[in-house]
Design a protein around this ligand. Structure first.
Ligand code: URA
Length: 266
């Protein structure tokens, strides 16, 4: 079919389905123009607030080499002694390129004093817009799943993501992006100090528990060292996957029942 034959609405619907849901720049790009000379790799460092204001965020992010960015992340995260300090530290961190394309930092929702902490993968479009994790369709399913075992995010559950910024077009985060952001979520878990950690989906399970293959690793109790103490941790299926594969909800239900039993035994 020629482009002329496709209506603008169909084209936009197709883009949305493919995950292209945001126009990131106000000016068009000439993708046929000659590529600029690659920039020399500058030394990674944290930028102070006045320097930040003077620089475009995308330049700052590109200027931070991944290894050094992960080191800076670790140092910054370690310095934070409360969740509020950690959020402020993340907001000032320029080491992750995702920050440049995201609209908002998505730090957490729910009750930080809850016994359960849920960690998802990364914000989607709705979360990016609102600055809160799990508020879109999969978030609504997550709320229903939690409600099925008598839990609410307002009272019992603290929610965050492996990555606090949305990857453009909801693509899977790269290993580098995960490595850079990992110290922050690890510190967030340590400071929230839950009794039970639930990793939602493969990237969260792999990043925090070191297991790969979510279908094989879900539903198994593991130990997680928060840095303060060992807690129980479990991986389960992501609600976005369950929306696509509703028959797999029976596996998620099994995991939820195991979580409820563990909670009752605390
Ligand atoms: N999926 C996630 O993993 N996290 C969110 O916050 C939303 C969707």
């Amino acid at each position: 079919m020629s482009l002329d034959a496709v209506s603008a609405a169909e084209l936009i619907a197709w883009y949305a389905e493919m995950g292209v849901t945001e126009a990131l720049d106000e000016t068009p790009h000439d993708h046929f123009a000659a590529a600029p000379e690659p920039a020399r790799q500058p030394v990674a460092r944290l930028v102070s607030a006045p320097q930040q204001a003077a620089r475009r965020p995308v330049d700052a992010a590109a200027a931070t080499a991944p290894d050094e960015a992960a080191l800076s992340a670790r140092a910054l995260a370690r310095e934070a002694t409360t969740l509020d300090e950690l959020k402020t530290a993340l907001a000032s961190f320029e080491g992750c390129p995702l920050k440049a394309t995201a609209k908002n930092l998505v730090f957490s929702d729910g009750n930080p004093a809850g016994k359960i902490m849920v960690v998802g993968e990364a914000p989607g479009a709705d979360e990016d817009r609102t600055g809160l994790p799990f508020v879109g369709r999969s978030g609504q399913l997550l709320d229903r799943m939690l409600a099925a075992i008598g839990l609410t995010r307002q009272e019992h559950v603290y929610i965050a993501n492996l990555l606090p910024w949305r990857p453009p077009g909801n693509r899977t985060p790269t290993p580098q992006e995960v490595a850079i952001c990992l110290p922050f979520i690890q510190r967030q878990i340590e400071l929230a100090d839950p009794d039970i950690l639930i990793c939602i989906g493969g990237p969260s399970a792999q990043g925090l528990l070191g297991v790969s293959g979510i279908l094989a690793s879900r539903g198994r109790w593991m130990e997680y060292d928060t840095g303060r103490r060992m807690i129980r941790a479990i991986a389960t299926l992501h609600p976005a996957y369950l929306l696509r594969q509703p028959l797999q909800k029976r596996l998620a239900w099994r995991d939820l029942r195991a979580i409820k039993a563990a909670l009752d035994a605390l």
